[in-house]
Design a binder for this molecule. Structure first.
Ligand SMILES: C[S@@+](CC[C@H](N)C(=O)[O-])C[C@H]1O[C@@H](n2cnc3c(N)ncnc32)[C@H](O)[C@@H]1O
Length: 347
């Protein structure tokens, strides 16, 4: 484990597969150097020691990202500049020319993580963050990132042969991730990766790996609803772009009024939260009603609610059987599990 991540070692095939198949990672970074430092000069020297020209050609456009925790350096912008200079100087010393910088659409991303006295240099094998699945998403209000949505589905323990309902589906991210899992679709099948721009890249190995199949696809039973017709339109377009619309039944309905689509299954929901789409008072009024609706209509269902609103379990008046802390960007959230059993409304 490293802070905010996990580490593994393996072959390039493993790296290609991890990028292609990981539904929950944000990026897969290749560690190319570790160093101790106290100032910008140490950082420059450490970055200049790396034989960058062996990793990628001078034609590649680069971007350097520096993040830090407890670093004594005053300016991360200046640190970024120093690393960029070191990479370019190393190229110039070796080849007489240097790569260009392109912050918006780089071929090669270099990441530097600085701690108090030690740092690590990485080459990014993913390129664009992995939650970008490579199909155009139509943005509804407050969509979840695809890797967070996939993580929520995995944590719910949903089995592909169980019905899955998102009764506040917004743009349909949870549903499209669930559909992709059940259909055995690689989350990265429709996109490119950073490793394709590195010198070690082998297109024949990549083509073989890209065509591998993992599971026999299942016909999932997925249901989505929302009160907002625009959200449903976005969900329809997103599920269509992901090529999974035929497995998802969408309808306009209020979660407080709709019936369960089948006698038992898994419900996942990400209720509105935040200034833009739900004031604290509106939400405090919604939660007890949501609790009642679940008790009355979803006996036999395992219900998961993902929210940053830590008042939810108290206000919904149901006892969570599990609470999993998760981060939505910088926002601390919880995934609450409520097992609704017949008769629990009378308890
Ligand atoms: C945070 S968004 C969900 C985003 C979704 N998870 C995604 O990734 O696109 C919350 C959704 O709840 C819907 N909503 C709010 N109140 C509702 C209600 N009473 N019944 C059904 N949907 C509701 C909103 O229209 C909104 O689309």
């Amino acid at each position: 484990m490293t802070p905010g991540g996990v580490a593994f070692s393996g072959t390039w095939e493993a790296c290609y597969r991890a990028n292609l198949w990981s539904r929950i990672a944000s990026r897969i970074l290749w560690r190319v150097g570790d160093f101790q430092y106290a100032n910008e000069k140490d950082l420059y020297d450490a970055a200049k020691k790396i034989a960058w020209h062996e990793y990628f050609t001078v034609k590649r456009r680069i971007r350097v990202n520096v993040t830090a925790q407890k670093s004594p350096l005053k300016s991360l912008e200046f640190a970024t500049l120093k690393v960029k200079d070191a990479v370019c100087d190393r190229f110039r010393d070796k080849l007489g020319s240097r790569p260009d910088v392109d912050r918006a659409a780089p071929d090669v991303r270099i990441h530097v993580f600085l701690e108090e006295a030690k740092g690590t240099l990485y080459l990014d094998t993913s390129g664009e963050a992995l939650f970008k699945r490579g199909w155009r998403m139509d943005i509804a209000e407050a969509p979840l990132r695809e890797n967070l949505a996939a993580g929520i589905i995995l944590l719910s323990g949903w089995k592909f042969d169980q019905p899955l309902l998102d009764p506040m589906c917004g743009g349909g991210t949870l549903l499209s991730e669930a559909a992709a899992m059940a259909r055995g679709r690689a989350p990265g099948a429709k996109r490119d990766f950073g490793f394709q721009k590195l010198n070690v890249f082998s297109s024949s190995v990549w083509e073989k790996i890209r065509d591998e199949r993992r599971i026999d696809p299942v016909e999932p039973r997925l249901y989505g609803s929302d009160t907002d017709p625009d959200a449903l339109k976005a969900a329809r377009r997103n599920l269509g772009a992901a090529g999974v619309e035929r497995w998802v039944k969408l309808e306009q309905a209020d979660v407080l009024e709709r019936a369960a689509p089948e006698p038992a299954g898994v419900l996942v929901a990400n209720p509105p939260y935040g200034e833009r789409i739900g004031s604290p008072e509106e939400l405090a009024a919604l939660y007890p009603k949501l609790g009642d609706a679940l008790k009355k209509k979803f006996a036999g269902w395992n219900c998961f609610i993902f929210t940053a609103d830590l008042r939810l379990p108290k206000l919904i008046r149901l006892q969570p059987s599990r609470r999993t802390p998760l981060w939505n960007g910088a926002m601390e959230c919880r995934l609450y599990e409520f097992r609704i059993v017949a008769g629990s409304n009378r308890a």
